[in-house]
Design a protein around this ligand. Sequence first.
Ligand SMILES: *Cc1c(COP(=O)(O)O)cnc(C)c1O
Length: 502
Amino acid sequence: MPGTATKGVELAQKLIFELGSEGRRGDSLPSNDDLPPVDPAALFGAAHREAPAPLPEVSEPELFRHYVRLSQQNFAIDLGMYPLGSCTMKFNPKVNEWAARLPGFARLHPLASDEGIQGALEVMYRLERGLAEVCGMDHVSLHPAAGAQGEYTGLMMVRAYHADQGRSPKKVLVPDTAHGTNAASCAMNGLKAVGFPVAESGIVKVSDIAPYVDDDVAAIMITNPNTVGLFETHIQEIADLVHDKGGLVYGDGANLNALMGRVRPGDVGIDVMQFNLHKTFTTPHGGGGPGCGPVGYKSILDPFAPVPVAAKREDGTYFLDYERPKSIGRLRGFHGNFGMMVRAYAYLREMGAEGLKGATEMAVLNANYLRARLGDTWKVAFDTTCMHECVISDRHLKETGVTTMDVAKRLMDYGFHPPTVYFPLVVKGAMLIEPTETESLQTLDEFVDAMEAISAEAQRDAAIVKNAPTLTRLRRLDETRAVRNPILRWTEPAEPTAEAAE
Ligand SMILES: *Cc1c(COP(=O)(O)O)cnc(C)c1O
């Protein structure tokens, strides 16, 4: 039957606006005959529509099929392994979703009085204590809505700390392996990010930074494990050197999946750091959804923390404390992305100390397993034990004309989300692979099989890899145009002309 195979694709391309017909209904609510009639015009005033919006009229099955179909047109962690290095795309326990959706949490009004939200304040208070314990910090602020905003907040507190002592040092040392957000957070704070090159080994040595450390250093920003997946073994000496000159140490804590339960940044000289709850603490990550980037800090920075702070009275009740004269102020509307805090708290309680340690150990073991097995075919960039992610490079395929992007696209045909490509910048043809602790040995082996198959394809017939992906709904998109010129409105397709119809 010619055409049958393409039918599914056609259907998938049908948008909801083309489905349904006039008068079709998707709801089955009883009428509210017993209630007094409501006059929408009186309720909504000028915002009330004269005529209903021209929305498609569809049945409940049509509506569901539309959304489920859309969800299947994209890759998701719930469909397969998503080894996107630096991003920690782990599977998130669904019980956390249940907890975040409990009506007592999900339906709170952000302007409710402290008395009315005691349970929510208790969750915030306990989460702050829990995160502080995991990281060896004295306090945690839950306000920031992303890792980048956490960095921004932490540096703002560093700036306030120096200003409080009548100093205004301007430099922040940032290794050239750092995430791009580090330099941006400095600039947003009126500080100058001073990049310094990192030794061949991928690890910052005291001699790398010594020439840059002087009285004008406000802080050093250091990611541990760093973005090439290695543990910064000299962190304590680096911290001592910076502290001696009056500077502070900012830890980019986005990669906590490799540390929690094993090493506490606060114990090795870090003064202030952010957490990425949407990476390590099981808030679903990706798709541009809300994030949560709490900042942990030592007591010396406490006076400058953002307001309000969830605090506990002697009588055991909770309140939002605004009485903090040296605070850097408010960072955002209300109190942060609360649903993420509930998920993170549920995760902490579910895992316990042993569980967190176990997650770290599995994440590191999985990454090292991939490093060792992929090393048979691909070039491993830093041939030493890695943390939760490893870097390989595709330089052995250079002669074939196959690019890193081609390899990434081909992986999609094999059912895997590509790893992070072309980052870290210090490695040519880099692929930063983070399997996370939630993948099984079987899945890791399947991933290695796919990578080996792609390497062999590239050498046998490069076109196979260069033409990928072939099995996804769309092939290669113009990613720049998709970002700069997104088409977000549906417009009715033009009627086919007589010629085209023939
Ligand atoms: C993800 C990440 C960030 C930024 O976090 P966002 O929540 O995306 O703003 C910063 N540093 C490192 C090392 C990261 O992996």
